[in-house]
Design a protein around this ligand. Structure first.
Ligand code: IMP
Length: 429
């Protein structure tokens, strides 16, 4: 196998960082294909916690090559800080980081627009990370975005930046009633100063990755956010602004769909969501609080408490279909160790009727009532168990229930943040 992808199947924060870190061991290239520093991928190595926002989680393995694909939106300063951090912890960066020249930049006005738009929406706000993601993708789709390649030519960058600053000031003033100006010289010179340090890493990643795959190199695609936050198939409008399911891999890297061999999803043993939007299995009671406390469910990018609820298999069925998953990796199983009984959502009821589709509108999704199946808990520690067969019978049944319902194999189970708190069942590659 030469290419595999890892994607979130819920609303993000499924623990992709840890799984990608483990799978990176066998990869030559680890590739991010969408999003920006709205992502927070946590990896724990020998008790030390690393949080990555832009660099693929594979960066924590010396030797591995990491690619930031053309589908990303990049805050250059954030990227520089992460590169400096990797150097500081004594890891090499030489010849290991490739940033797509086609990726779009996040500039200061994107963050201001993000905040202004959220403020204007009031109660209907999306609860974005305020990193400027939506406005940067808006510029990309509007064909006025500034790409990394534009920085190579000072005149092109100057011209585009001038135009964009003027446009953004007008929008901020006349749409959002913000009297805000951006100092062209300051934004220009600051961006160029940071770019000079990033420029050695800038590359034609489309050709690089195609050649890598064509010559048999192992490439691991690392999704950020997740399927239900995907701009097209997610719970729109409460989504991020990129294709954060497997659907985004090809456009975000320039790789043909014919070249993606296997796609694995990641799901927590329960569900969380940060920010606004419908969440059918959300628990606003003690059970939800216990999930939050045991799972340390606070955002790694924003620190916000995450909303928590039971595992939603009906939503996962939709994610499985969209990504055509080859397997589903279950993480944070240990968080359920303390519960007498565990509920899983196996269907939705809408206006008194059971429905057989995952709603496409936020309104409908917010009105569904989850139909639960109750499974017995196991009330014992699973964290140090190394083999599936050694898990309590109830835990095995819980995992088998997921497999049977979704008709997908669970190749790996994670029972804690450390690399070795993992139960491998089937080879991934
Ligand atoms: P944005 O991506 O900052 O525009 O935020 C849009 C929505 O996606 C908000 O509900 C965010 O909380 C959510 N979101 C963005 N990135 C992540 C992530 O890495 N994990 C979980 N939720 C995220």
């Amino acid at each position: 196998m030469s290419t595999i992808a890892i994607v979130g199947t819920q609303w993000g924060d499924e623990g992709k960082g840890k799984i990608v870190d483990i799978l990176s061991e066998k990869a030559d290239y680890i590739v991010r294909f969408q999003g920006g520093n709205n992502a927070g991928h946590t990896v724990v190595i020998d008790g030390t916690k690393y949080i990555l926002h832009l660099l693929p989680s594979g960066i924590l393995h010396d030797e591995k090559k990491c690619v930031l694909g053309n589908g990303m939106v990049i805050d250059l300063e954030g990227l520089l800080n992460e590169i400096e951090f990797i150097k500081k912890i004594g890891m090499s960066i030489e010849g290991r980081i490739f940033v797509s020249e086609r990726a779009h930049l996040i500039l200061p006005y994107h963050k201001e627009l993000d905040a202004a738009s959220e403020k204007l929406k009031g109660n209907g706000s999306i609860g974005t990370t305020l990193k400027g993601i939506g406005p940067a993708y808006r510029d990309k789709a509007g064909r006025i975005g500034i790409r990394i390649a534009d920085l190579r030519d000072e005149e092109t960058f100057k011209e585009k930046l001038k135009w964009n600053i003027r446009e953004k000031e007008l929008i901020l003033k006349h749409v959002y009633n913000y009297d805000m100006s951006f100092d062209f010289d300051e934004v220009y010179s600051h961006t160029m100063r940071v770019y000079e340090k990033i420029s050695p890493f800038v590359a034609d990643t489309v050709s690089l990755l195609n050649q890598a795959i064509d010559t048999g190199k192992k490439v691991l695609f690392e999704g950020a956010q997740a399927t239900l936050l995907d701009i097209d198939v997610g719970t729109y409008p409460y989504v991020t602004s990129s294709n954060s399911s497997a659907l985004g891999i090809t456009t975000g890297t320039g790789i043909s769909p014919k070249k993606i061999e296997k796609i694995y999803g990641i799901a927590k043993a329960y569900t969380t969501r940060v920010g606004g939007g419908p969440f059918p299995t959300e628990l606003k009671d003690n059970v939800g609080e216990l999930l939050r406390a045991r799972g340390h469910e606070y955002g790694s990018t924003t620190g916000r408490p995450r909303r928590c609820g039971w595992l939603d298999l009906f939503a996962l069925k939709f994610s499985k279909m969209v990504n055509d998953l080859d397997g589903l990796i279950i993480t944070k199983l240990d968080v359920l160790d303390a519960f007498d009984e565990i509920k899983v959502c196996v269907g939705y009821e809408l206006n008194g009727e059971i429905i057989d589709y995952f709603p496409s509108t936020a309104k409908e999704l917010s009105e569904v009532k989850p139909v639960y199946e109750t499974l017995p808990g196991w009330k014992s520690k699973t964290t140090h168990i190394k083999r599936f067969e050694d898990l309590p019978k109830e835990t095995q049944n819980f995992l088998k229930f997921i497999e049977d319902y979704l008709e997908v194999e669970i190749p790996v189970v994670s029972t804690g943040p450390q690399r070795d708190e993992t139960i491998p069942r089937h080879e991934i590659w």
